[in-house]
Design a protein around this ligand. Structure first.
Ligand SMILES: Cc1cc2nc3c(=O)[nH]c(=O)nc-3n(C[C@H](O)[C@H](O)[C@H](O)COP(=O)(O)OP(=O)(O)OC[C@H]3O[C@@H](n4cnc5c(N)ncnc54)[C@H](O)[C@@H]3O)c2cc1C
Length: 394
């Protein structure tokens, strides 16, 4: 029996749904995060730089297809992938965002959008990080309304497509080789997907400066001017926005898991601080009002873990619905916002310094709250499912 990973923040032991082999892999990740990642976080967050020294150790763990979970060609379970996201976010939201950019967003774009031949060719390259990519959907003028508003165009001449437009907020694009770009075909008006090399002529990328959240993640503002892509690099199974929605429905629950992991990290940091900090001659954790806040955070985490483990188990049976992942994202992100504020609060003034860790979780939570569909948009997806009425435009 492997030692428990989440004894401190998972009182109902949702972790017990993992196999010992899955927990062993996560322990390997924990060791890298504790020993190599954690010492770098505050300084890099402050400098708004990604700790590139962590890329190799994280890639070498082979977390997308760990040998221990892929014997005889087996696919690792969704529940394992979910706890991997939780574990990363429990240490740092930027690291979780970096990892899921490749393992969730880019990989899903190819697996859901590619033909069988494209998936067979590129998926092993993606899982081994030999091919690194990002998901470029959002535009400067179209965030929440991207489904109908997407304005980047793709025009075909023979076997070549020409892309024109702009993308915004694209995470870690500046150190990736490919952008999965979604553009509207000028011939039929439908949204199609393309793998565009980041060094292709006509691609211009600028890092968005002065962020107050996820400062380590390098988000790019990208302009595409007459960028040529051959038909070979068009994702053959992405022929309308419906196909993009299929990708989002799979990716969105990862962000809900990030929201849960962020709460676990903030809670553990707050617990450490409040048991060490003394006022009125006793640890502040010994005061009733502080304990109420710690209990509220633990309740939030437990609620999120209950919802999310059930969702992942259901998804492992092949059931994916827009409203399920939208509900998980919006609900867990709302709990996260409350939890990180409480964690910050019980650490007093020191809670706003990077030294206690909670400040990093507190600030980063704001980006998680808004990306991959805001609270409002995800609530509208749920609302449409439960009422049969779409309320996006009024
Ligand atoms: C750190 C970060 C990383 C990101 N990474 C990526 C990435 O890798 N790839 C990518 O494609 N995108 C990425 N995004 C973009 C992200 O998905 C968008 O920011 C998000 O979808 C919201 O769009 P917006 O910021 O344009 O806000 P807007 O759409 O301008 O919304 C502003 C406000 O209006 C509200 N609103 C809008 N429409 C309605 C409505 N109908 N009813 C009620 N309220 C409404 C919104 O909820 C929000 O509160 C990232 C964003 C951030 C901040």
């Amino acid at each position: 029996m492997t030692e428990r990973l989440y004894a401190a923040c998972d009182p109902y032991d949702h972790e017990s749904l993992l196999t010992d082999a899955e927990r062993e892999v996560l322990w390997g990740l924990r060791r890298v995060l504790d020993e190599q990642a954690h010492p770098l976080l505050a300084e890099h967050w402050d400098r708004a730089e990604f700790p590139t020294a962590l890329m190799a150790p994280l890639h070498e763990l082979d977390l997308m297809a760990p040998p221990a979970l892929t014997a005889d060609g087996a696919e690792p379970r969704g529940l394992y992938h979910a706890f991997r996201v939780f574990e990363l976010a429990r240490t740092d939201a930027s690291l979780a965002t970096y990892y899921t950019g490749q393992a969730g967003l880019f990989r899903t774009a190819v697996r859901e959008g590619g033909t069988a031949e494209q998936v067979a060719r590129w998926d092993p390259e993606i899982t081994s990080w030999r091919m690194r990519g990002v998901f470029a959907l959002t535009e400067p003028d179209h965030g929440s309304d991207v489904a109908g508003g997407l304005a980047t165009t793709a025009t075909r001449t023979g076997d070549t497509w020409v892309l024109d437009g702009a993308k915004r907020w694209i995470g870690t694009a500046t150190f990736s080789e490919y952008l999965a770009v979604f553009a509207r075909d000028t011939a039929d008006g439908q949204v199609k997907g393309f793998l565009v090399r980041t060094d292709a002529p006509g691609v211009q990328m600028d890092v968005i400066p002065n962020k107050a959240a996820l400062r380590m993640v390098q988000n790019a503002h990208i302009t595409l001017t007459g960028v040529e892509v051959t038909e070979e690099y068009r994702l053959g199974n992405c022929t309308s926005f419906r196909d993009v929605s299929r990708m989002l429905r799979r990716m969105r629950s990862d962000v809900a898991w990030i929201a849960a992991g962020v709460q676990a990290g903030a809670y553990e940091a707050a617990l450490r601080y409040t048991t060490e900090r003394t006022q009125f001659g006793r640890p502040v954790a010994g005061f009733q009002l502080v304990q109420e806040k710690l209990a509220r955070i633990l309740g939030n985490i437990t609620g999120c873990l209950g919802l999310l483990t059930r969702l992942s188990v259901q998804q492992d049976t092949g059931v994916y619905r827009d409203e399920d992942s939208a509900l998980a994202k919006s609900w867990c992100a709302a709990r996260m916002r409350e939890s990180v504020a409480l964690a910050r609060e019980v650490c007093g003034g020191n809670g706003i310094t990077l030294d206690t860790d909670v400040a990093r979780f507190f600030a980063d939570a704001e980006a998680i709250y808004s990306y991959e569909g805001t609270h409002e948009i995800n609530s509208l997806i749920v609302g449409r499912a439960i009422t049969g009425l779409s309320a996006f435009t009024h």
